[in-house]
Design a protein around this ligand. Structure first.
Ligand code: ARG
Length: 457
C-alpha cells in the first residue's frame, strides 16, 4: 500500500498483483519535471490564500527542488508503494522536509494534478516536434533545390503519366508535412489550458487563484469546468489523430522511395539500409519499410484510446490512466520517424540516367494533343487524334516519337514539321509554369514558400 492505497480507510494491504496492475510509475515517471513544476506552482497558490505560511511555502519549494535534482542526476530511488509520479514525488518530498510535505496536497487531487502534468508534457512534446518538422522541411527544400534539373516519370495509378521534375516530386511529399505542422500549431492552444485547481472533480475548496497557477506554469489560460477538466483527454486524442496523419504522409513518402529505388532511380544511403544474413547481394531499404509501417499502429493507438474514452461517465475514472502509454509511444515514434525521414531523404542519391530511362515518349501524348490545341483544334478532338497516334505506334511496334510526319499527317493533316519539337521532356515540363506546376520557376516558388513557412515555425 502506498501513500493513498493504504490510507485511513483501508484495513488490509493491496494484493501484490493489484498493486502491479494499478501502478503507473513505470511509465508516468517521464513526467517528473512537469509534476514538480505543478507542485511548486501549487505551493505558491495555497500560500497566496493563506493555507500555508511563507516559511512553509519556501520549505516546500526547496524540498521540491531537491526532488527535482534527484530525478535530474538519476539518484531518485523508487520505493515499493510509489504508485505513480505524484505519490512518488510527494513521498520523497515528505522524507526530505518532514510533515510540512503533507500540506502540499491541500485541495488538490491527483485528478487535476495528472491532467496538468500530462498537458504540460504534451504541449512541450508538440513544440519540440514542430522544430523537428521545420528541420525536415528546410533540409528537404534544400535537397529539392540541389536536384532541380533532374527529370523523372510521374505516375497516376502507378502507370507512366507525364514527365515531372525530381524536385517537384520531393516537394509533393513535403507539402503534406507542412500542413501537418499547421495542424499541430492549431491543436496546441487547446492543449495548453490549465486544469489545476479543479480538485478531484468539484473544484478547489480553498479558492486558489487558478489564473495565477496558469500563468506560473506557462499555460495560455484555465479550463472552464472542473468536472470536465479532470476527465478531458481531447488533447491526447487530438495528438494521436494528428500523429496518425503525419505518419500516413511519411508512409506514402517511404513507399514512393521504395518504388523509385526498385527502378534504380534513387540509391538509398548505406546508413539507412541493411543487408541479408543469407543473400550477400542484398541491400534492403529497411528504414523506409519501417517508416511505411509505423502509421498502422499509430492509427491503432488513436482508435484504441478513443474507444477507451467512449462511454466513460463523469468525471475521473482510472481508465484515463491508459492515455499515457499511447501518448508517449506516439511522441517517440513521431520524433524517430521525422529524424529518419530527414536522414533518408537528404542522403539518397538520385540517378538521373535511370530516372530518365523510366520516361517514355508515350508520356508526351498529352503534349501531342496540346500541340494541335495550340493550332485551334478543340481538346476533345486532339485527345482522340493523339490516341490514334499512340495506337499506330503500338501496332507498328515503334516508339511514338519515331512516327514520320507523313504517318502523323495521315492521321490528321494539321500536323506540321514543328510537331517534332513535342518530343522533348524538358519542354513538356517547362510548359507547366502555372503556380504549383513542375516548371523550374513554379518549383522555385514552392521551395521559397516552404522555406519561408519552415522559418516561421
Ligand atoms: N496515475 C493516475 C493517472 O495516471 C493518477 C490519477 C489517479 N487518481 C485517482 N483518483 N486514482 O491517471
Amino acid at each position: 500500500g502506498g501513500l493513498f492505497g493504504a490510507g485511513g480507510r483501508f484495513k488490509g494491504g493491496t494484493d501484490p498483483i493489484m498493486e502491479k496492475f494499478n501502478e503507473s510509475i513505470g511509465f508516468d515517471k517521464r513526467m517528473w519535471d512537469q509534476d514538480i513544476r505543478g507542485s511548486v506552482a501549487y505551493a505558491k497558490a495555497i500560500c497566496k490564500v493563506g493555507i500555508i505560511s511563507e516559511e512553509e511555502k519556501d520549505q516546500l519549494v526547496e524540498g521540491l527542488e531537491k526532488v527535482r535534482e534527484e530525478w535530474a542526476n538519476g539518484t531518485f530511488e523508487l520505493k515499493p508503494g510509489d504508485e505513480d509520479i505524484h505519490t512518488a514525488n510527494e513521498r520523497r518530498l515528505t522524507e526530505i522536509i518532514g510533515p510540512t510535505g503533507g500540506k502540499l496536497h491541500t485541495g488538490r487531487s491527483r485528478n487535476d494534478q495528472v491532467a496538468t502534468d500530462t498537458r504540460l508534457w504534451t504541449v512541450e512534446a508538440e513544440r519540440d516536434i514542430i522544430k523537428d518538422i521545420a528541420t525536415l522541411l528546410v533540409a528537404g527544400a534544400e535537397y529539392a533545390k540541389k536536384h532541380e534539373d533532374i527529370l523523372m516519370a510521374g505516375y497516376t495509378h502507378l502507370q507512366p503519366a507525364q514527365p515531372i521534375r525530381f524536385s517537384h516530386w520531393i516537394l509533393s511529399h513535403l507539402m503534406p508535412i507542412m500542413r501537418d505542422a499547421q495542424r499541430l500549431q492549431d491543436i496546441i492552444p487547446r492543449a495548453n489550458q490549465c486544469p489545476l485547481g479543479s480538485g478531484a472533480l468539484a473544484g478547489n475548496a480553498f479558492g486558489v487563484d487558478r489564473e495565477f497557477l496558469a500563468k506560473e506554469l506557462g499555460f495560455d489560460g484555465v479550463t472552464h469546468n472542473s468536472l470536465d477538466s479532470v476527465c478531458d483527454r481531447d488533447f491526447v486524442v487530438e495528438f494521436l489523430m494528428w500523429s496518425t496523419l503525419l505518419l500516413t504522409h511519411i508512409s506514402q513518402f517511404a513507399e514512393d522511395v521504395i518504388i523509385t529505388n526498385l527502378l534504380k532511380g534513387v540509391d538509398i544511403d548505406d546508413a539507412y539500409a541493411t543487408g541479408s544474413s543469407l543473400m550477400p547481394q542484398k541491400k534492403n531499404p529497411d528504414a523506409l519499410e519501417l517508416l511505411r509501417g509505423k502509421a498502422g499502429i499509430a492509427l491503432g493507438r488513436a482508435v484504441g484510446f478513443t474507444a477507451t474514452l467512449k462511454g466513460l461517465p463523469r468525471a475521473y475514472n482510472k481508465d484515463l490512466q491508459e492515455d499515457k502509454v499511447p501518448l508517449f509511444e506516439a511522441v517517440d515514434t513521431v520524433k524517430d520517424c521525422l529524424a529518419i525521414a530527414t536522414g533518408v531523404m537528404v542522403t539518397m542519391k538520385p540517378n538521373p540516367e535511370m530516372l530518365l530511362k523510366a520516361l517514355c515518349p508515350e508520356m508526351l501524348a498529352t503534349d501531342l494533343a496540346d500541340y494541335l490545341v495550340r493550332k485551334g483544334v478543340p481538346f476533345r478532338e486532339t485527345h482522340h487524334i493523339s490516341g490514334a497516334c499512340v495506337r499506330l505506334a503500338e501496332e507498328t511496334k515503334v516508339s511514338i516519337d519515331t512516327l514520320t510526319l507523313e504517318q502523323l499527317q495521315k492521321i490528321d493533316a494539321r500536323f506540321e514539321e514543328d510537331v517534332m519539337k513535342v518530343w522533348d521532356y524538358e519542354v513538356s515540363v517547362e510548359r507547366k509554369c502555372s503556380i504549383g506546376g513542375t516548371a523550374k520557376s513554379s518549383v522555385a516558388k514552392q521551395i521559397d514558400d516552404l522555406v519561408a513557412f519552415a522559418n516561421s515555425l
